[in-house]
Design a protein around this ligand. Structure first.
Ligand code: SF4
Length: 470
């Protein structure tokens, strides 16, 4: 109770602002800024031919990161915001995995740089969906091909997202045998009535036993995803879930706000909007959860991550090498991310490209031997300047606008009336400005996206394309 009251006091103090103002900022629809420009700016102008040009233009020493997207789950959780579909059968997974292997091999050819040998891969991430559902032989074939086509660094991070409900000894053997060395588990909340209200029941004992299996196999680099703002969830439920989650000692915790976008993710209509927490409650939940995690020894990372001091994410935040990409906060040092699989997004120094979201269309393109790109955006020098400003704010809560302008060959004046807009946010307690350095005060951390949006040249304030800020 002391913690709950402390959080409420803090949330109000925040911001020494009127409640309507807090609610208006907290419910502002702003991008998550996992890229800039964001996916809302993608267009069909970026196609397979454009991407082939970007691949050919990569410098010889460019390091790559591979992202494999597997859009299948055993069932669909009602809160899910991912690109995935349900299947009870292995047939679609086998066929998908074989196409994924073909795409991987074609990508290696497209990214080959003359006779200089395979490109270096420094990071690999399997996301979805539930990528661990790939049958063992299909999964191992893809990993074998990856090691044959690319030069995978010995210290590469090889991460996979897991559904704790599906973790057993066979699964652990499958992923450790393939060299997975980091896992991320979807935990959300341990409260039974909340789990029922989101269509995903996984008691604490089930998650604890999954973690024990992973730990005994030597897999202890682990992230848990927790969510606040769920239907029927109270602040006390969230805090209890945090206590239970941290008793399993994950090095990282990602604490996301539930994004209710039923006009976009129609299965979210299963969730009763009447029992969703309001903007002020969400803010108080996020604040209370953050304080609890800090009290339990976790360090705040960016807007929604927490890490123990010995975790690589905390170390990167400390030494200024933390980055943000489509997977969120990362230590990935790659120069380009190659997205493989339906709907996956590739990131190049010169732009972003997304594969066809529909599995059949993606497979047709791969089987025809070309990139499955259907949209994207080529970045300008001005975009890259703004992207660096936004990434710095999202990672460090602080940015020296003039210094970044100079490093991009740009002038701060090219950003228009940004000082005025930052000063207006400063009046409301969300930002501070010292000359050309912008900072987000600790107590306004949850509103960092609103401050970053000042540097977004494309944001249409009225468009319902993004989730709420908190
Ligand atoms: S398991 Fe994960 S990806 Fe699959 S439906 Fe549930 S939340 Fe979405």
């Amino acid at each position: 109770m002391i913690i709950v009251n402390a959080a409420r006091h803090r949330a109000c103090k925040i911001l020494t602002m009127r409640q309507e103002l807090v609610e208006s900022y907290a419910s502002a629809q702003v991008p998550r800024y996992t890229s800039y420009p964001t996916a809302a700016q993608f267009s069909p102008a970026v196609n397979a031919e454009v991407v082939a040009g970007w691949a050919a233009a990569l410098s010889d020493d460019a390091r790559l990161s591979l992202y494999f997207h597997v859009p299948f789950c055993r069932s669909i959780c009602w809160y899910c915001g991912c690109h995935t579909k349900a299947t009870r059968k292995d047939g679609p997974l086998i066929s998908y995995g074989q196409t994924l292997e073909r795409e991987l091999e074609s990508s290696a050819l497209a990214f080959a740089h003359g006779g200089k040998g395979p490109r270096q891969v420094v990071s690999i991430h399997w996301g979805g969906g539930t990528p661990s559902m790939l049958p063992a032989d299909v999964f191992q074939d893809i990993v074998d091909s990856m090691r044959a086509c690319y030069s995978v660094s010995d210290d590469a991070e090889h991460a996979m997202e897991l559904d704790p409900r599906l973790i057993d000894e066979a699964l652990v053997a499958k992923i450790t045998g393939a060299g997975i060395n980091r896992v991320s588990l979807g935990v959300q909340d341990f409260t039974p009535r909340v789990q029922s209200a989101i269509g995903r029941v996984q008691p604490f004992e089930q998650v604890a036993s999954a973690v024990d299996l992973l730990n005994r196999a030597g897999l202890d680099e682990m992230n848990f995803d927790l969510i606040y703002g769920l239907p029927l969830q109270s602040q006390a439920d969230l805090i209890r879930s945090i206590d239970l989650a941290t008793s399993l000692a994950p090095g990282r915790i990602a604490l996301f706000g539930y994004a209710h976008v039923p006009w976009f993710k129609t299965h979210q209509r299963m969730i009763d909007e009447m029992v969703l927490p309001g903007a002020m409650e969400r803010l108080e939940m996020a604040e209370a959860a953050g304080e609890r995690l800090v009290a339990l020894g976790y360090r705040r990372i960016g807007i929604d991550h927490f890490a123990r001091e010995d975790d690589k994410l905390a170390i990167a935040a400390e030494n200024g090498t933390l980055r943000r990409n489509f997977q969120g906060y990362t230590t990935d040092p790659a120069d380009a991310v190659i997205g493989l699989g339906a709907s996956s997004i590739s990131s190049f120094p010169t732009g972003f490209a997304q594969n066809a979201p529909a599995t059949a269309e993606w497979a047709r393109a791969v089987n025809a031997g070309h990139f499955a790109t259907v949209r994207g955006v080529a970045t300008t020098q001005a975009d890259r300047f703004r992207s660096a400003l936004i990434e710095a704010l999202m990672c460090n809560l602080s940015v020296d606008v003039s210094a970044i302008a100079a490093s991009h060959g740009m002038k701060a004046t090219s950003l228009g009336d940004w000082r005025k807009r930052i000063d207006a946010l400063a009046d409301d307690g969300l930002a501070r400005r010292d000359g050309d350095t912008v900072m987000v005060p600790e107590e306004a951390r949850a509103f960092t996206r609103v401050v970053a949006a000042v540097f977004d040249a494309y944001l249409e304030p009225e468009a319902r394309k993004h989730s709420v800020a908190v």
